[in-house]
Design a protein around this ligand. Structure first.
Ligand code: GGG
Length: 359
């Protein structure tokens, strides 16, 4: 009997709306799986908490979360609080404190979903982006001097460690090998090493070193500008991509949108050593334009739940949730507005739950 302790952090904006559908998916799959159960604890952290206390989470928040097996996260961001305060106050401390250096962001063009790119059929786009998740351009290293004077000086430093760089690149190769895409195995590394001649030249060197251990996997190195073009014109050419924190964040918004909607893209923030809880979230953020309307697509969160189950070793439950997402999209009866429908977030979440139950 496996009972998992799940920390639920809805956060802000549409995170508050989609998280209950993720939780519903977990409760439903537990109800039809022998020996699987979840104990949920919800934390009201985020921008409202900041308005009340001056912090996005309590001082002992990280310590509190260590007792959990896994974290389900909604979104962070508020129209009235600067984004760097909200992001650095909640999501990034969890990624760093829990050494979640491997972020996995799959993008698949499902049957029933139309790509904004012409002529793409279901399955044509099928890629997984590996994002270095705790350092690179997101490292809080830098400073600001002489603010408000003509001598104002700002330094923001990218940070690449051998451990972090090798770990994400190796994770990408190992995943590519396991995934065994029918059209062939390929890992594409994305940098800007012509311009960033320290950190990204180092990244290229580590990529070459790690690739040597996987001689049966095709490799490719692209500059990020070229990679963005190719994601739009030839997305079917990609299998596994690996890139730094910022670049992979940008690439994964493109991969989400070419597969039909930001509302379908899940993300797993993994501590590969299992020393700390890993965190699962939709790629989309708080979505100020639609928050409070109850129309956000919950399937990115439901797919994130499938990734959580997979990471916990509950493979058949993960497959059941993944199949429900695919069936919900293929039948096209209950869809949110981003996919051309009129359903609410909870109606689509209910439909995903019904399909999970049906199996
Ligand atoms: N659920 C994702 C979320 O809250 N995203 C806010 C955001 O902008 N995150 C930045 C990042 O993942 O780098």
């Amino acid at each position: 009997m496996a009972e998992y302790k799940v920390a639920v952090i809805p956060g802000d904006g549409v995170g508050l709306e989609v998280i209950s559908e993720g939780r519903k998916a977990l409760e439903t799959v537990a109800s039809v799986t022998d020996g699987l159960s979840f104990q949920f604890t919800e934390f009201p952290w985020g921008s409202e908490y900041y308005r009340e206390t001056g912090n996005l989470m309590p001082a002992d928040g990280i310590e509190t979360l260590k007792a959990f097996d896994t974290i389900l996260f909604g979104a962070v961001g508020d129209p009235n609080i600067p984004d760097h305060i909200t992001l650095h106050g909640l999501l990034l401390p969890m990624r760093r404190s829990f050494d979640q250096g491997v972020c996995i962001r799959p993008a698949y063009l499902y049957p029933g979903v139309e790509s904004p790119l012409s002529g793409k059929k279901a399955g044509d786009i099928d890629m997984v982006i590996f994002r270095e998740n705790t350092e690179g351009e997101y490292a809080p290293v830098g400073g600001r001097l002489y603010a408000g004077t003509p001598h104002e000086t700002v330094v923001q430093t990218n940070m690449f460690t051998r451990r972090g760089t090798e770990r994400i690149i190796r994770a990408a190769f190992e995943y590519c090998d396991r995934r065994n895409k029918k059209s062939g195995k390929k890992v594409t590394s994305v940098t800007k090493s012509n311009a960033q001649s320290f950190g990204m030249v180092f990244w290229d060197e580590v990529f070459t070193e790690v690739a040597a251990g996987f001689p049966h996997i095709e490799t490719e190195s692209l500059l990020v500008d070229r990679a963005c073009m190719d994601l739009v014109r030839w997305p079917e050419d990609f299998d596994v991509m690996v890139a730094s924190n910022l670049f992979a964040d940008i690439l994964s918004d493109i991969s989400a949108v070419v597969t039909g909607s930001m509302g379908l893209a899940p993300s797993a923030n993994i501590n590969p050593e299992h020393d700390y809880p890993s965190l699962f979230e939709p790629v989309h953020g708080a979505a100020f334009d639609i928050m409070g309307k109850g129309i956000a697509n919950p399937l990115a969160t439901v797919s994130a739940v499938a990734m959580m189950l997979d990471h916990l070793g509950e493979q058949s439950a993960a497959d059941r949730v993944d199949n429900a997402v695919a069936n919900c999209l293929e039948q096209r009866t209950i869809l949110t507005a981003d996919l051309g429908g009129t359903a609410s977030t909870s109606q689509m979440g209910d439909e995903a739950a019904r399909l999970i139950r049906e199996g």
